[in-house]
Design a protein around this ligand. Sequence first.
Ligand SMILES: [Zn+2]
Length: 244
Amino acid sequence: MTSTPNQKIYLTLLLLALALWACVRVDLSAPPVSAVIVPTPAPPAATVTPWPTPTPIVIQMVAGPIIEPACLLPDVGSGQSITASGSYTETERSASTPMVCHITRDSCAYNQLVGILDPSIVFKEEEEAPYNTEDILMHPAMLGPLTRLNELVKAEWGGEYQLRVTDAYDSLLEHDPPESNPSTRYSLHYDGRAIDVTTWPVNWNLYGRLCALAHCAGFDYVENEVTHCHASINASSLCTQCGQ
Ligand SMILES: [Zn+2]
């Protein structure tokens, strides 16, 4: 069988077309080397954020250059205490220094107490007026640790639980048994350097963690008293400052 001239032309054109098509395919599948060297897109900014990342924990704002990403202290067990040095055996008298006096209402020392009215903190204020406001009164040096603790509570439980203060300064000397002699009663609440906190709503199961957060917030002595977390500070007593 022989091909006619027309058939040869068609065959030639077909082969030419196939060859051109093959060239195009080669060109597409193997681009010039220069086309391969395309700058790699920069990674998203989020992947190059330096560590540690900023957190809402207030420790960063008030503790200077030391940045603590989280409170890594284990839960404080029921009845257990911990001091600023990390000791589980040091006493409150050693860590926060002893009570100096009972601050009486309307005294010089009483007038040095400060009140905190942060709406994100729940204050129990269960005492009869005018003593109900004593839950918001405390030594000025308490404000830093308390503010940090509130921020840690927010970061820990994200609004599910709030920080509640059940007692701070106490002129009624209610931190000793009622049958005890008032003149010998002893508690740092009486000179405004101690505070009792819980979660709100109440959840006793969380107080081991709450006490750990109080330690991380800067309280010098923290004790898990099961029904609440007691915390105090080492600061010059207002009684001393007033010469009492
Ligand atoms: Zn207490």
